[in-house]
Design a protein around this ligand. Structure first.
Ligand code: IMP
Ligand code: MG
Length: 179
């Protein structure tokens, strides 16, 4: 049974857009002049972020996706990362930008970065829209972070709770109303 909850707004759609504009400028600088950039979105939480990010980048990119499992439908990381859907394309010799929604314990990004590094890309960087540094169990930090947030469960802008709320334009925190 789903517990009743409300969503409190944490980051507005406008603030997200402004931050993506800033991040895009830095990423464009990093990958200036390359025509072999593959932007890899981690499904499903990053699908809206990657869509906005690649449009703001305004440079030649290819887009690919990878799906890793960690949370199931709950609120706790399983700490065991499995690849449910691999990339379609090879990344050997390519420039790669991994796009994650949230770095929480750090297990997912660590696993994905190690896996992709083993395929010998020319260069690999990572970006996470959100970071919960106080939750970290594996030492890893994305090369770019949109926002550091407190240890609260968030939804919206692609991010779900039990598959719902991905379609909110903003990011909010889940607050249960039965406790
Ligand atoms: P990690 O492996 O613990 O770093 O977990 C990262 C993944 O857990 C993210 O890609 C999200 O899919 C999911 N996750 C972490 N925190 C939240 C949250 O607050 N809301 C929804 N999903 C989350
Ligand atoms: Mg995820």
């Amino acid at each position: 049974m789903q517990r009743p909850y409300v969503i409190d707004k944490l980051i507005s759609a406008k603030a997200i857009a402004a931050r993506i504009e800033e991040l895009s400028r830095e990423i464009r600088q990093e990958f200036e002049g390359t025509d072999k950039l593959v932007v890899v979105g981690l499904l499903r939480g990053s699908f809206i972020f990657i869509a906005d990010l690649v449009r703001e980048l305004e440079m030649p990119v290819e887009v690919d996706f990878l799906e890793a499992s960690s949370y199931g439908d709950g609120m706790e990381s399983s700490r065991e990362v499995r690849i449910l859907k691999d990339l379609r394309g090879a990344i050997e010799g390519r420039d790669v930008l991994v796009v994650e929604d949230i770095v929480d314990t750090g297990f997912t990004l660590t696993h994905v970065v190690n896996l992709l590094a083993s395929r010998n890309p020319a260069r690999m960087k990572s970006i996470a829209l959100l970071d919960k540094p106080t939750r970290r169990e594996v030492s890893i930090k994305a090369d770019w972070t949109g926002f550091e947030i407190p240890d609260k469960f968030v939804v919206g802008y692609g991010i779900d709770y039990a598959q719902r709320n991905r379609n909110l334009a903003y990011i909010g925190t889940v607050r249960f109303t039965d406790d």
